[in-house]
Design a protein around this ligand. Structure first.
Ligand code: TA6
Length: 313
């Protein structure tokens, strides 16, 4: 354990260790805050401010997290809700207005750098019906010279709510793409439907980013990597195997990405077991491509997603 990790752990124990339903945890190199209240249990890591667990009482876990995670400093955790910021996926696939802000000497990491960095806990408040964890980051990355701060507020309650706030303290507008890259736990790819996407246009990232209409990508029987630049405000993931509906809403995250690596790509992913493709599906609330976010000087942008699981009769 690094000296800094030990110091952060000690500070968190002192400030929040006595709160009802709050546990400060160490998973190999990474610190997490685990919560339990009248509605649910949950967990969020300081690295990447990454929620990895949300399990409503008497229900199966709503989020999927890999059993193969190594929990190493700087290595993105696989699963839960990674925060892709200040760009989504491969840097080169992002709008010119975003790319022109940076000068990198080497290929920057996929999904930006906020998910690799250690965020600071600003608040933990525990009530029987809701536990709030607020984390902040002053992002630093070679080639990123903007005065920007991030804040993520997570509310674990009858539903899960994430609010990401991007504050632009610089003198020029900041263009970024962002995704709350949620991995949902599913009973099987054959058991899920996302009816709300019917008729929506997506770009097929595994077929030259060709525009296509979502006839019905579910049931899923092969790799899916579908980028919907504009998606409905609310969609539902229906899972007949778990007999539940997961309701996914957003504010200011107009795009959506649907992803399952399936067998071949799954075998090439880090921290991903051979059969994990059968237990997860990513539905990612995002602001991408023409819907990239622009934050004016001195202003902030708020991005919210809500996740609620409802048993099906
Ligand atoms: O959201 C879909 C995607 O962009 C896929 O193309 C795949 O790369 C996935 O994200 C996971 O990326 P990661 O860097 O977390 O392995």
């Amino acid at each position: 354990m690094s000296a800094n990790t030990a110091q952060v752990l000690q500070n968190l124990y002192q400030k929040y260790g006595q709160l009802e339903g709050v546990q400060i945890e160490l998973h190999k190199d990474l610190i997490a805050i685990a919560i339990v209240n009248d509605h649910c249990s949950g967990r969020v890591f300081l690295q990447g401010a990454q929620v990895t667990e949300f399990q409503p009482k008497n229900q199966a876990p709503v989020l999927w997290s890999s059993d193969a995670n190594l929990y190493q400093l700087g290595k993105p955790i696989r699963g839960g809700i990674p925060i892709s910021w200040p760009w989504f996926a491969d840097f080169d696939k992002n709008p010119e207005g975003l790319r022109s802000q940076y000068e990198f000497n080497s290929q920057p990491p996929a999904h930006g750098f906020a998910r690799d960095q250690q965020w600071t806990v600003q608040e933990v408040t525990a009530h029987p019906d809701m536990t709030r964890v607020r984390l902040s980051l002053e992002p630093e990355y070679a080639g990123f010279t903007r005065a920007v701060s991030l804040q993520l507020t997570v509310e674990f309650g009858a539903q899960l709510e994430l609010n990401l706030s991007v504050h632009n303290h610089s003198q020029s507008a900041l263009t970024y793409t962002v995704a709350l890259h949620s991995y949902f736990a599913i009973s099987s790819p054959q058991a899920v439907q996302i009816p709300g996407l019917a008729g929506c246009t997506y770009l097929d990232a595994i077929d030259g980013w060709q525009p296509k209409e979502y006839a019905d990508l579910a049931p899923i029987t092969t790799e899916v990597d579908a980028v919907f630049p504009a998606a409905p405000d609310q969609i539902s993931l229906l899972d007949s195997g778990f007999a539940r509906e997961i309701k996914i809403g957003h504010i200011n995250l107009p795009s959506l990405v649907m992803w399952n690596p399936w067998i071949d790509k799954g075998s090439r992913l880090s921290q991903f077991n051979a059969d994990d493709y059968q237990a997860m599906l990513c539905l990612e609330n995002a602001a991408l491509l023409a819907n990239a976010s622009i934050c004016a000087p001195g202003q902030n942008q708020q991005h919210t997603c809500t996740i609620a699981a409802v048993p099906l009769a």
